[in-house]
Design a protein around this ligand. Structure first.
Ligand code: APR
Ligand code: PHB
Length: 390
């Protein structure tokens, strides 16, 4: 079979790219190693920048998002028991973020793809890109035991950090920069009303805690934990106790507890690979970078990569210009490094590090002082949180 763009990975990056290309009249096929249900079963963050929401609208999948999202004009930072609200809306001249789960967004994208009967192969085995350094790349895979081949003009590697697209890059052609943090986040999802109408990020002597939500009836909470922690050793009750210990008394008393729909531990790390183009193969989303979840940049960064890549492909097909393809890597990496800086900074300020000295702790306290006393400092935080322009 033949298509213009073969997209590996049916996460938000691959699906959004597919939808934008389709809207522009550019043919594409999406391939994923796992099933639709498996993809929809993953619990991920759910805070969208306005740029991400705009892009989803442009892709024609913004309708349910517009209807069901919870707009957030600010969030609370808590240091020990002192609370400081970051007024996103006023600090950024009227910008906000939108709470809408990644699962919902992925489902909207899948439904839109199905409604247009766009070719998608789930549970595709041994997906492999070939000849992307020449002019006639192709992708091979197996579906139900039958070998298949897709000839294409370009391959978009949207298959996450452990995908095949990174693996086929020739030795020495890509550099990867990484920072691993000495802790993880233990997350719990529950059908209980959120403790507060906005998110709460807390730096506490027992470790970081985050109060987040998916809707007015579904909450998502996290506590920082050592990397040695095992999710099997946690019950929902133990989690609720630990969470409440890390929140100011008044907030802790208002937490509604309930059974866990899901509990999992995610390690935190920052990773960037350079460059993002290898001939006719382009990396986007988690295939190109990982951010720690502090600040919720992962999905938004995947969306901005896709924006640059889509515009580059659109220019190639509709304006006969390769300028966008030639600058994709540079443009995307510029924004990626800025989001990496922000999520690294927020992770550093909000967590208790196991080897923290008194010096390090005083610096965290000084950071908090800056945020509470300097409008410039909180404006810088707010600008990054609502999303840098793209
Ligand atoms: N062949 C085909 N598909 C693959 C392969 C492979 N070898 N390896 C991985 N995939 C698929 C995965 O099954 C997954 O569905 O690629 C998809 C990648 O999707 P995501 O991991 O969701 O990555 P991305 O679309 O870049 O989305 C980024 O997701 O992880 C969060 O923090 C991240 O929120 C951000 C967003
Ligand atoms: C989430 O709701 O899962 C979430 C929200 C904000 C973050 C990280 C995760 O910074």
């Amino acid at each position: 079979m033949r298509t213009q763009v073969a997209i590996i990975g049916s996460g938000p990056a691959g699906l959004l790219l597919g939808q934008l290309l389709y809207k522009a009249g550019i043919d594409n096929i999406v391939l994923d190693r796992v099933s639709k249900d498996h993809i929809l079963g993953r619990i991920r963050a759910g805070v969208l920048e306005e740029g991400t929401a705009w892009l989803l609208d442009k892709a024609g999948v913004g309708e349910r998002l517009q209807r069901e999202n919870l707009p957030h004009d600010g969030f609370d930072l808590v240091f020990d028991d002192e609370v400081h609200r970051i007024d996103l809306y006023n600090l950024t001249g009227g910008k906000r973020v939108h709470v809408y789960g990644q699962t919902e967004l992925t489902q909207d994208l899948m439904e839109a793809r199905e409604a247009e009967s766009l070719k998608t192969f789930y549970e595709a085995d041994n997906v492999r890109p070939h000849d992307f350094d020449g002019t006639s790349p192709y992708v091979t895979f197996e579906k139900d035991g039958v070998s298949q081949r897709i000839d294409c003009d370009f391959i978009a590697g949207c298959d996450g950090f452990h995908g095949v697209s990174r693996k086929v890059v020739p030795e020495g052609a890509m550099q990867t920069f990484e920072k691993v943090y000495p802790f993880g986040w233990l997350g719990l999802l529950a059908d209980v009303p959120p403790v507060h109408e906005e998110l709460i990020y807390a730096n506490h002597s027992r470790g970081f805690a985050l109060c987040s939500m998916r809707s007015l009836t579904r909450s998502r909470y996290y506590v920082q934990c050592p990397l040695t922690e095992k999710v099997e050793d946690w019950t929902a009750d133990r989690f609720w106790d630990e969470l409440r210990r890390r929140l100011p008394d008044k907030t802790a008393q208002q937490v509604t507890t309930g059974p866990a729909l899901e509990m999992s531990i995610a390690p935190l790390r920052s990773v960037v690979s350079e460059p993002l183009r290898f001939g006719r193969l382009f990396l986007a989303g988690d295939a190109a970078h990982i951010v720690p979840p502090t600040g919720a940049k992962g999905l938004n960064l995947a969306a901005s990569d896709v924006h640059y890549l889509f515009e580059a492909l659109r220019e190639h097909y509709l304006d006969s210009s390769d300028a966008g393809l030639d600058t994709y890597s540079k443009k995307a990496l510029h924004r990626i490094w800025n989001a990496e800086r922000f999520s690294w900074w927020m992770t550093s300020v909000m967590h208790r590090f196991p080897d923290m000295s008194i010096f390090d702790r005083r610096i965290q306290q000084a950071e908090f002082y800056q945020l509470t006393h300097s409008k410039a400092a909180s404006t810088a935080l707010a600008e990054n949180y609502v999303g840098l322009p793209f």
